[in-house]
Design a protein around this ligand. Sequence first.
Ligand code: ATP
Length: 348
Amino acid sequence: MTGVQLESVCKFYGDFRATEDVNLTIANGEFLVLLGPSGCGKTTTLRMVAGFVEPTRGSIRIGNVDVTHLPPWKRSTGLVFQSYALFPHLTVHQNVAFGLEMRKVPKSEISEKVMTALQMVRLDHLGERYPRQLSGGQQQRVALARALAFRPDVLLLDEPLSNLDAKLRHEVRVEIRNLQQRLGITTVMVTHDQEEALTMADRLVVMNEGRIQQVGSQRDLYDRPQSQFVASFVGRSSFLNGRAGGARFVTAGGLPVVIDSRLEGEAVIALRPERITLANAPLADTPNNLPGEVEFVSYMGNLIDVHVRLNQHDHVIAQIVNRDDTNVPAVKDRVFVSWAPSSSVFAK
Ligand code: ATP
C-alpha cells in the first residue's frame, strides 16, 4: 500500500486555470476527501491522479513511482466514476473481469479475482445479472468491485454516491468507509456534499477556484477555518465585518466586540450559529452581549434558526435545539446575543 504526492500541480485549458499549484501529500491508508463547489477543480485533480487528465505543470507520485505522464492502465489506481460506467451488454462478472483483462491479468487468475472482488461488495450471488437488472446501489457496488479487483494501491472515487437516493446514500457511505478501512487502501474521494465529506474522511481538502483553501481534519476546518470561504462552506457562519485593534473589534455598525486574537485593521469575525447564546436580558460574565431584534425564525425539526438583526449593518444567526422547554423567540422580540471571544476570527 502506498501514499500519493502532488507537487505544484496545475491544469490549464487554454488560458483557463482549472487547478493551480495543488500541493498535497496523501498518507498510506488515508481516506482523503476533496470538497468544494461545482467547478472548483476537484474532479480535474482526481482525474490527474487517475491519469485521465495530464497536468500542465507539476508532478504526481504514487508510492515511489512518478506517474505524471503514465496512462491510467499503467497506474495502480482504481477509479469509480460518478455514472458507474458499467457496460450494459456485459454481466456483472464480465464487467469486473473487463478491468482485469485491460491490465493483462493472466486469464487463469481472472475468475478468482472477480469472485473475490464481488465478495468484498457482497454481490457474489449476482454475477450473471446485467446492470439493468440491478438497483442503483448494486450497480455502484459493481463499479467499486471493478475498481478494486486488481488490488490497486489507490482507490479514486468521483462523487460515487450522487446517483443514490438519500437513505441508500447513508448506507453506502458506511459500507465504503468500512471496506476502505478493512482493506487499508489509500483513497481519494471527490464530493460537493459537505455532510458526506465530514462523515467519511480522515482528512479533507477544501478547494475553490482551482486552489486548495485549507487541508485538515473535520475539527480543524470547523473550529479553525482559515478563511471566510472555508467558514461558510464547511458548516455555516454569520460574519461580522469591522475593524480590529488589539483584542478589541468594532463592527461595521459600531458595536464593540471582544476577540481573543491579535488583529489590526479591517477584519471579519465568523460565528458558528450553535455557539451564539440567545437570552432575554444581558448575561452576566460574558464579554460579548449585544442587543438585537428577531427578524426571522426558521424551524428545521430538531433545530431552530433565529435570525437576529443587531443594527443596519450587523446581523447574526443563532441556532437553538428544539426541546419541549425551549423558549423560542418570536419575530420582533428584543433579545441579547452573546458568544465566547474564542470564536473564529480572520484578517480580511
Ligand atoms: P463539479 O462538482 O461540477 O464536477 P469540479 O470541482 O469537479 O466541479 P472540474 O470538473 O475539476 O470541477 O472543473 C474545473 C473547471 O475546469 C471548471 O470550470 C470546468 O468548466 C473546467 N474544465 C474541466 N474540464 C475541461 C475541459 N476539458 N476543457 C475546458 N475546461 C474544462
